[in-house]
Design a protein around this ligand. Structure first.
Ligand code: ADP
Ligand code: MG
Length: 349
């Protein structure tokens, strides 16, 4: 009989607690990019640049022109459960920002060498830098020039958690995930200009897109000409719900569900109810086993949707799921039906 020896209970030291929590949000370079870009979006940026080296295992850099972080707040931004985005449960219920858990920077800094340079001031001389590295919990703050906004540099991801570093795939695979994350986020906000570089090469340069033409240009550059040539635009509003975007013609289905983008209030969402409504709408027009392509935006009152379901926040819960489901289904069903009618009868317009 094996009996384990009694051990005293101890409170985990904060760094270890952060490393454990990091398991939830930081899976690979792409998850770091997602979190840093969300912060840049929440800061009200109009331009976000993502720079990657070696698939993200050597360097992930996200630079924005947002509100910046003040000198006093810099060390705090790296500690757990520290956020500027909510202060009460009431605020959580109507939260409009992408972040609110105050966990990302603490988690990322516990499994990498993190450097953050920021400035809340128009004068670029008034910036500050904070570095968190290795086992040091107390971050050091020093003056550093930076234009208004923030740059976060994450070097050597998982350098101190070898078990996790081992799970990183090839540079190409990891960058593929980074690019997909970037694609989703660049599609989520046309009012932001974006840049993506890998190993010093610029792969995407996307200017602000305010007009329909500019938005379609962005779509073309992220998803290819083929997507746009085979998609319908739609924009339907019923009550407080609005659905707009692009849906692929049934003739342009794919073998994999790899070009499906759905945003709820600008948040990337993978949701069963949404997926079901879309599948139903395509049911009669798509061959079995094929997948539609779409880039769709659902705008709803933030108070009727709960985003605090999962740490990565990919899931949402609608207060009235039935109504949302019916709205999605009927909007898409009608748009696809009209397209088919138009196809059969070219003169119908
Ligand atoms: P959360 O986003 O959930 O608040 P994070 O750990 O991602 O938690 O960030 C902690 C805090 O640091 C944020 O609440 C915000 O105040 C600040 N912050 C992080 N990144 C930026 C940025 N790019 N620009 C301005 N403030 C930032
Ligand atoms: Mg965040």
């Amino acid at each position: 009989e094996i009996r384990s020896e009694h051990r005293r209970i101890q409170v985990l030291d904060p760094r270890l607690a952060n490393q454990i929590a990091a398991g939830e949000v930081v899976e690979r370079p792409a998850s770091v990019v997602k979190e840093l870009v969300e912060n840049a979006i929440d800061a009200g940026s109009t331009r976000i640049e993502v720079e990657i080296e070696a698939g993200g295992s050597r360097l992930i850099k996200v630079r924005d022109d947002g509100s910046g972080i003040s000198e006093e707040d810099l060390p705090l931004s790296l500690s757990r459960h520290a956020t500027s985005k909510i202060t009460s449960l009431e605020e959580l219920e109507g939260v409009a920002s992408l972040g609110f858990r105050g966990e990302a920077l603490a988690s990322i800094s516990s499994v990498s060498r993190l450097e953050l340079v920021s400035n809340t001031d128009e004068d670029p001389r008034n910036g500050w830098r904070v570095v968190a590295e290795g086992r040091r919990m107390e971050p050091r703050v020093s003056p550093a020039p930076h234009p208004r906004g923030t740059s976060v540099l994450v070097r050597d991801l998982f350098f101190n958690t070898p078990a996790r570093r081992k799970f990183l795939r090839t540079e190409k695979t990891e960058f593929g995930h980074v690019e997909e994350s970037f694609r989703r986020q660049a599609l989520s906000r046309f009012d932001i200009g974006w840049v993506l570089r890998h190993n010093q090469k610029t792969l995407h340069q996307l200017p602000l897109a305010q007009t329909d033409d500019e938005r379609e240009r962005r779509l073309k550059s992220l998803l290819g000409k083929n997507f746009l040539d085979n998609a319908l635009t739609l924009d339907i509003e019923v009550g407080s719900l609005r659905l707009w975007g692009w849906v692929g013609l049934p003739t342009h289905s794919r073998a994999q569900a790899d070009q499906q983008y759905f945003f709820v209030n600008g948040r990337v969402v993978r949701d069963r109810l949404v997926a079901h409504a879309i599948r139903q709408a395509y049911r009669d027009v798509l061959f079995h086993g094929r997948h539609p392509v779409f880039v769709l935006y659902l705008d709803v009152d933030p108070a009727v949707v709960d985003v605090n379901v999962h740490p990565t926040k990919h899931e949402v819960r609608f207060r009235d799921g039935r109504m949302v489901h019916d709205f999605l289904f009927s909007s898409l069903h009608r748009a696809l039906g009209e397209a088919r009618a138009g196809h059969a009868e070219p003169n119908a317009g």
